[in-house]
Design a binder for this molecule. Sequence first.
Ligand SMILES: *[C@@H]1O[C@H](CO)[C@@H](O)[C@H](O)[C@H]1NC(C)=O
Ligand SMILES: *[C@@H]1O[C@H](CO)[C@@H](O)[C@H](O)[C@H]1NC(C)=O
Ligand SMILES: *[C@@H]1O[C@H](CO)[C@@H](O)[C@H](O)[C@H]1NC(C)=O
Ligand SMILES: *[C@@H]1O[C@H](CO)[C@@H](O)[C@H](O)[C@H]1NC(C)=O
Ligand SMILES: *[C@@H]1O[C@H](CO)[C@@H](O)[C@H](O)[C@H]1NC(C)=O
Length: 325
Amino acid sequence: MITIIFLCALLAAAPALHLSEKDESQFKSWMTQYNRVYNEEEYYKRLQIFTENKRRIEKHNEGNHSFTMSLNQFSDMTFGEFKKTYLWSEPQNCSATRGNYRSSNKLLPDSVDWRKKGNYVTDVKNQGNCGSCWTFSTTGCLESVTAIATGKLVPLSEQQLVDCAQDFNNHGCNGGLPSQAFEYIMYNKGLMTEADYPYRAYEGSCVYQPEHAAAFVKEVMNITAYDEAGLEDSVATRNPVSFAFEVTSDFMSYDQGVYTSTECHNTTDKVNHAVLAVGYGQENGTSYWIVKNSWSSHWGMNGYFLIERGKNMCGLAACASFPVV
Ligand SMILES: *[C@@H]1O[C@H](CO)[C@@H](O)[C@H](O)[C@H]1NC(C)=O
Ligand SMILES: *[C@@H]1O[C@H](CO)[C@@H](O)[C@H](O)[C@H]1NC(C)=O
Ligand SMILES: *[C@@H]1O[C@H](CO)[C@@H](O)[C@H](O)[C@H]1NC(C)=O
Ligand SMILES: *[C@@H]1O[C@H](CO)[C@@H](O)[C@H](O)[C@H]1NC(C)=O
Ligand SMILES: *[C@@H]1O[C@H](CO)[C@@H](O)[C@H](O)[C@H]1NC(C)=O
């Protein structure tokens, strides 16, 4: 009897994957690279998840895809865990059925990259363990719009938005929308700098000091839902633009190249991550957006990614907006 119970316990704990020495040594160097320390139980659990992620990455990279995957800081997490920590768990109110942005009707250049036009885009930041992507998309956009208007590029405060923008349907580490954050800044009459109101990655009490406001919003421009041409027009003729899209499990390990997915949806209710379009282009027959993310400069292409343009990929044209300063 005792033997049988013991055996069952062993079987239950047996890993689902066959792990090789190579898997384990790769995991150990990954742990060193990303400063991970686990207790014994956690170690085996994370080794298992890491190896599953690694297998998927290897399989993907053997195929003929427009983008590659790689190990990164998220490689010891399941997508479920990743989603819970970094993405919106509930749909946000992100549909501007009729946006107020009107196309310039200008002939647009084939490619645009605000990073190369001048000192208009701040360094890639890191949201940490907080679903505050919407604040980084917001500051990234307002930083650029302000720099284009004034010639001065100043990093702005995400934490003020996390702590103070709740009255505009924003929810700190549990999600929010750039358009609603721009509204908050407009009605609140200002946003402080990163230096004056630094990022802490958790929701605290609002300590906004109006006398230290450093950036302002006069008007919020929403691009009509699914008008990807309008998004292109605004990025080409105005400034970098905030948008949201649906992150699915194939995006977590993105490395480089043009991301496309058959896993994600194209509707407003599925978008779960906000980012910043800083340009667009095309290469190897594929049109893409150049996008600034907030998962540190170690993720993706130095913190950026490319995503296919022209197909409302993953709902990327569902709720785009930018401020007028
Ligand atoms: C890889 O995919 C591209 C684009 O879909 C296609 O043009 C190319 O022929 C494919 N190459 C191979 C070896 O299948
Ligand atoms: C969407 O808007 C409604 C009405 O303003 C509000 O009650 C609800 O909390 C909003 N949802 C989110 C996720 O912010
Ligand atoms: C822009 O969208 C936000 C919500 O996302 C909304 O509150 C606001 O009224 C819209 N602004 C305009 C000018 O349509
Ligand atoms: C285009 O293809 C080349 C050669 O395969 C590759 O190095 C490059 O990264 C590709 N460009 C994009 C944007 O995917
Ligand atoms: C979403 O995808 C479906 C199926 O591919 C397509 O028919 C539809 O036009 C797309 N809708 C939008 C808004 O992009």
